[in-house]
Design a protein around this ligand. Structure first.
Ligand code: AMP
Ligand code: MG
Length: 416
């Protein structure tokens, strides 16, 4: 049986080899947060476009401050976005020709340095003596408090490439270089098909032994959070003919995710029907709990995931195996599983030789991450999962941990 890391790796390889060609859409910056860039974005000019002061203070020649305190003549001021405003009209020419080591301009944060200034003394290190003179109390190094023109990027430099994920910094960069609209890849369409004779839709009244279809809802949410476009289908009964028809419908999307019907039961038909439809499987079990019977294959060149139907199993296996596939299908590199270490608040002990993903609460009240396993009734317990902000990962290789050790934690997406 594959470990979950091996199974993820399979998914990544197969998704990379069978990535469908994605359509490209044009979007305004405000509409494309979280989307994947489908074109290059280059610097339209140097960044910064001018030698930029990072402080309120005085633009000086650093060679004039070899000895401090020094008294400098103030020729004028430079506001952000503006050229020099000379104190005396006669001093304007100095901006072009430069100025002497004993002269300076008052300058504001974000303003451009005048010719021959090569540093900014910050206001806090000066004392204004009057209209036209200032005392500088500290020396300043060459280009101190200045970001030089072109030091962040040169005009024409490619700053973002196809496949870049557009989060707030990337959107700010696109705004900075004047791209109000950009091309992004269309989201991969993911058909969601729940199975089970006992399952009724959310707006139906369940009989005493029936349950409502929560998996289609959680899966659609997970698809959206992972950057895909959910295509929720109906619930299919545990009957071969109807299941086959439902799968046919699902295969028109870019990928198909099924829930339920992949265990060992007499009516768990998903794998059988997929096989009859010509599917090739890359795994049909993973050494994890919950989620051991998870199935991954290709059917008519489409990725198909058969996730176990217990709601928490469905959620965990989606995070482990479907998310990396959606990254790749969406036109981006797959993101690593964002686990981190937290100290165990209490000992943990598991018996089955599987890697366990247990509902857990992480807190930082003591200044470091502390994780506590939460009580739950197993993989059908959605109630317990809503109290958790993470999964505590108990690896197959070490099933017993004393309190105080650093354990792996997988955040619940969006909750930490
Ligand atoms: P299965 O994987 O089909 O053996 O189902 C395992 C458990 O998950 C059973 O208790 C099912 O009733 C439950 N289950 C299956 N599908 C869903 C669904 N769509 N929503 C909520 N629970 C489900
Ligand atoms: Mg079932």
């Amino acid at each position: 049986m594959l470990t979950f890391e091996q199974a993820r790796q399979r998914v990544i390889e197969v998704a990379t080899a069978h990535r469908p060609k994605l359509d490209v859409e044009q979007g305004q910056l405000a509409q494309v947060v979280g989307r994947i860039l489908a074109e290059e974005a280059a610097a339209d000019r140097d960044y910064p476009p001018f030698d930029r002061s990072t402080r309120d203070g005085y633009a000086v020649r650093s060679d004039g401050l070899a000895r401090v305190p020094a008294e400098l003549e103030v020729l004028g001021e430079i506001r952000a976005g503006a050229d020099v405003t000379p104190r005396k009209p006669s001093s304007f020419g100095l901006i072009k020709e430069g100025f002497s080591p004993v002269q300076c301009y008052q300058i504001m944060t974000g303003a451009g340095l005048p010719q021959q200034a090569d540093a900014v003394v910050m206001q806090e290190d000066t004392e204004r003596l009057g209209e036209d003179s200032v005392r500088v109390n500290k020396p300043v190094a060459l280009w101190q408090n200045v970001v030089r023109r072109g030091s962040e990027a040169k005009a024409g430099d490619v700053l973002l490439r196809p496949g870049a994920r557009l989060s707030y910094a990337e959107l700010a960069l696109l705004a900075q270089v004047g791209r109000a609209e950009v091309k992004v890849f269309a989201r991969p369409r993911v058909a969601i098909l729940s199975t089970g004779d006992e399952v009724v839709e959310v707006d139906e009244a369940p009989g005493p032994l029936q349950i409502r279809n929560s998996n289609t809802v959680s899966l659609a949410a997970q698809v959206t959070l992972a950057g895909g476009e959910p295509v929720p289908l109906f619930n299919a009964p545990d009957q071969e003919k109807e299941l086959r028809q439902a799968i046919e419908t699902g295969l028109s999307a870019d990928a198909l995710v099924l829930s339920g019907g992949v265990s060992m039961g007499k009516y768990d038909l998903v794998e059988k029907v997929l096989k009859e439809m010509g599917a090739e499987f890359f795994f049909d079990a993973v050494a994890i709990r919950p989620g051991k019977p998870a199935v991954f294959g290709l059917c008519r060149d489409k990725l198909v995931f058969g996730l176990p139907g217990n709601p928490v199993s469905t959620m965990v296996t989606f995070e482990l195996f479907v998310v990396p596939a959606l990254d790749i299908l969406g036109g981006a590199p797959s993101r690593p599983l964002p686990t981190f270490k937290a100290r165990l608040a209490a000992p943990v002990r598991q018996k089955a030789a599987l890697t366990h993903f247990l509902p857990a609460a992480v807190e930082w009240t003591s200044g470091e991450a502390v994780v506590r396993e939460l009580p739950w009734q197993g993989s059908g317990d959605i109630v317990a999962l809503t109290r958790a902000n993470a999964f505590l990962v108990v690896p197959q290789s070490k099933l017993e941990w004393p309190a105080g050790e650093w354990a792996d934690v997988l955040p619940r997406r969006g909750m930490l």
